[in-house]
Design a protein around this ligand. Sequence first.
Ligand code: SAM
Ligand code: SF4
Ligand code: F3S
Length: 477
Amino acid sequence: MFELTLDKKHDESRQGEAFAPKHIVNNPFTKKFYIESYGCAMNFADSEVVASILQEKGFGITPQFEEADMIFINTCSIREKAEATVRRRLTEFRKMKKDNPGLLVGVLGCMAERLKSKFLEEEKLVDIVVGPDAYRSLPALIDEAESGQKGVNVLLSREETYGDISPIRLNSNGVTAFVSIMRGCNNMCSFCVVPFTRGRERSRDADSVIKECTDLFNDGYREVTLLGQNVDSYQWVSSADNSVVSFANLLEKVAQISPLLRVRFSTSHPKDITDEVLFTMRKYDNICKYIHLPVQSGSTRILQMMNRTYTREWYISKVNRIREILPGCGLSTDSITGFCGETEEDHKETLSLFEYCEYDLAYMYFYSERPGTLAERRFKDDVPLEVKKRRLQEIVDLHRVHSLKSMQKDVGKIFKVLIEGDSKKSDQQWAGRSDHNKMTVFPKTGNYKKGDYVDVFVESCTAGTLIGKIKEDQLTW
Ligand code: SAM
Ligand code: SF4
Ligand code: F3S
């Protein structure tokens, strides 16, 4: 209830999505698997790698768990609530297994990594436990599980990027796709479990990223989102000529694939985002002018305890720089209320920072202590739950004012929108996002189709959506 997000396009809205690409729903494979995903976009992208690995070995995917021989649940550990959701879901699958003992249940992803073989003791009917760097071993683990053994592989790797695997696009609109450019994280923010579940940071071969994006474009996709926990620290050294590819270089290479391919990325870290990245964004019309810049707290004291390695002033200077180099750029953030030792004064600093930044979007959470993290070991989780929730609500209320203002200021303007499909409410309306990442809906006038760009004149808005009509005389193409 209190883990609020105002943007339904964000990964949180897709929690528990089951996948199957339409063309292989009625597949000829003898054994079928079902996969359900939780957590961040990287986890959803990983499920596409898993599907590719399993299909390569002759297993077929199904969108209905009732007809599956294997059920996989790709899990998230970021907050206690995320883990509780997965456990509830596992209870349902366990019941099915009682009626169908041949059914295999596998736990993938961050929760598998965090709990390792303890999972098998806690959840006795789980047959397979696989961490994020061990998906290549899944077929062998399935063999083991079929022979009555438990299949476990939670080894983390310093090299694995799955760069050579072509992900099978799951539940895809055929227009937008995620592309992982790196894995892991070296930052060790004290509240965060990701460095423990995903291991050391490593960047993916730039050539394989370009190839994947080019293939997507040739298959009709028109938008790629480059994914990493901290994209600004992307670095790849080419073995051919020892040249170094930075994130700005990679962004440029992807943007050059075609002016018709939109490029987005997430997540930027305030300590690492560079002017070079901002100038590259400015240079290319097809790099979307939208940056997700998680702040976490507006108090320098709390930021230090969080080990974020920047101050409030540093963060504000980055926001100013973004607005100077990229006027009108969309800006979003993540925040945590009630971190260890947070006082009312600290909380007011977060409120005032939100006031200063006036974010277009924000993903706001209250602190959830995670076992094994630096914060759990060093600090006391001493802010009472009701205080955490009250502070969160105050941030949410303030942000709501800003996000509505941000929507209202776009009324009367024209935006280039990439058509992603029918709007949720009506098949008489298209839905797509503007360059600055606002969901936009408009009637299906003219002969446009999914994947086309259109100029949309915005006539009104709700808190989360711009409502408009296609401009008859198109301006930009
Ligand atoms: N790498 C990104 C970054 O540096 O911000 C995002 C990491 S995490 C997947 C997404 C968000 O979850 C974080 O930005 C943070 O706001 C939130 N989060 C992480 N750990 C949390 C915790 N223990 N309690 C509450 N929220 C948490
Ligand atoms: Fe977690 Fe910090 Fe890494 Fe983001 S940058 S994944 S918050 S440790
Ligand atoms: Fe969750 Fe793991 Fe992503 S903990 S947020 S699925 S990296």
